[in-house]
Design a protein around this ligand. Sequence first.
Ligand SMILES: NC(=O)c1ccc[n+]([C@@H]2O[C@H](COP(=O)([O-])OP(=O)(O)OC[C@H]3O[C@@H](n4cnc5c(N)ncnc54)[C@H](OP(=O)(O)O)[C@@H]3O)[C@@H](O)[C@H]2O)c1
Length: 239
Amino acid sequence: MINLKNKKAIITGGGRGLGKATAIAFAKEGIDVAITGRNEAVLKETVSELEAFGIKAVYSVFDIGNYEDVKIGIDRILKSLGTVDILVNNAGIAAFGTLNDMEVSQWSQIIQTNLMGMYYVTKEVLPYLISNNEGDIINVSSTAGLNGNANTSAYSASKFAVIGMSQSLMKEVRKHNIRVCTLTPSTIASDMSIDLGIAKRDSEDSVLQPEDFAELIVAGLKLSRRAMLTSASLWSTNP
Ligand SMILES: NC(=O)c1ccc[n+]([C@@H]2O[C@H](COP(=O)([O-])OP(=O)(O)OC[C@H]3O[C@@H](n4cnc5c(N)ncnc54)[C@H](OP(=O)(O)O)[C@@H]3O)[C@@H](O)[C@H]2O)c1
């Protein structure tokens, strides 16, 4: 098993939810972490929590859907961390509604954030991983990226696209010793799932928790470098 101590990671959407749980799990492993998001107050508070584990933690505020802002934000992180070993493309948004009822602007924003945002961040981080000839990228899709359902057209389209992009990237960068993993989790208790009405707070026993998702990522990263977890679905045992 690989020791992850002193590795350096970027986690988009690391201030709360699944990204924050991943940041804490990384900090426990001794990984230095940069978290990103749009809400500076939330990011600042999470950075303080991460620093309590004795690691270096930094944040950068930018909208992943804006390529110019992504370039500046990633550059700032790289200047601060020095290098990067792990990228977790976690930031995302969701909204449900029929294809006809949803506003064009809302539908496009979901694609812009979940697909274009992931592409922009990856494009800026990848050259560093290639020049290190080593790295890990974890791309967060969803079970909604495997099956379309009524009222999920925008979210499903974005998450299907993430799987396609992620699989292609995996085949492109294997030769650079870069492992790309596509995750398709089911419902996990977070602001997103609670706001959508598909999970409740205080549902620890019946619904997946952000910590379960974080444990899966850490387990994948600890695999010997000769092995690569290319995809994983995480389901609750409670049907
Ligand atoms: N929870 C689930 O049931 C579930 C299941 C499958 C997949 N997922 C996926 O898992 C990922 C994390 O979800 P979550 O449940 O943790 O959601 P969440 O609690 O709503 O958190 C979303 C995160 O993404 C960031 N974010 C959103 N839009 C952004 C933008 N334009 N620019 C920068 N950051 C942005 C948010 O930060 P700011 O608010 O600071 O911008 C926040 O940190 C998402 O990709 C989601 O689609 C979730």
